[in-house]
Ligand binder design. Structure first.
Ligand code: SAM
Length: 232
């Protein structure tokens, strides 16, 4: 179901992935994940799915932000990314992390298994986003919430022009110098520009069954948080 080259790409950059995120986002990515997780606080979730979990930074932010959590399932298709996750688990005896290698398009969980879902910079990489969103909707309980963080493109023309110079030229150069993989960091701006941001993505979410959905922009739209609710 998933394009094997996407997994191969993340396998190649796994060791440098976290450092590159800090550099590219000027350290903001950690704050964005914490702020995203805070949208789940009122729900007091016990069981969370962190989809496309990668090296575990979103699971970590959620675990720190949500004291109600008892179980976090970190699901990803690339074992080399997941290999970095266990070391990030907070030392809280009441909290269990389950590391699961699986495809977002075919989740190995029963219906309504999770109270909440987080996805950080993952949906952009899915080959069939509608199918993956339908899977998320299926495994989420009634009244549950999903927060999806993605890269964005600013709407303000001046900010967008500045950002695009940074994203199209500087980021691939950093990728070549720091991660030794220019192609992966050329794929990042290209896939971001192809992504159906804001209302376009919300439309897909609604098609997947999420009746109520909204978005919140970080840094003028450089990153966008989508908040989805499954009806009671
Ligand atoms: C940009 S990383 C995001 C990692 C982490 N969520 C974060 O916030 O840093 C994208 C992740 O999506 C995973 N991925 C891509 N396609 C997937 C799929 N079909 N199912 C599950 N994971 C997938 C990749 O292996 C990679 O680890």
């Amino acid at each position: 179901m998933q394009n094997p080259s996407v997994s191969g790409l993340f396998q190649a950059i796994a060791a440098r992935y976290d450092r590159m995120n800090r550099l590219i986002s000027l350290g903001q990515d950690l704050r964005w994940r914490r702020q995203a997780a805070a949208y789940l606080r009122a729900l007091q979730p016990k069981r969370l799915l962190d989809l496309a979990a990668g090296t575990g930074d979103f699971a970590l932010a959620a675990s720190q932000t949500l004291p109600s959590l008892a179980e976090v399932y970190l699901v990803d298709i690339t074992p080399a990314m997941l290999a970095y996750a266990p070391a990030k688990k907070p030392n809280r005896p009441s909290l269990t992390w389950h590391i699961v290698e699986a495809d977002a398009h075919q989740l190995p969980f029963a219906e309504r298994f999770f109270d909440a879902i987080t996805v950080g910079f993952g949906v952009r990489n899915f080959s069939d986003r509608l199918r993956a969103l339908q899977e998320m909707h299926r495994v989420l309980r009634q009244g549950g919430k999903a927060v999806i963080l993605e890269t964005g493109v600013p709407r303000n023309p001046l900010w967008r022009a500045l950002f695009q110079v940074y994203f199209r030229f500087w980021v691939p150069l950093l990728g070549a110098l720091i991660a030794g993989h220019k192609a992966a960091y050329t794929y990042l701006p290209e896939s971001t520009e192809r992504f159906p941001h804001r209302e376009g993505f919300l439309y897909l979410c609604q098609k997947a069954g999420f009746a109520r959905s909204s978005f919140h922009e970080f840094m003028g739209g450089v990153a966008i948080l989508y908040i989805l609710e499954k009806d009671d």
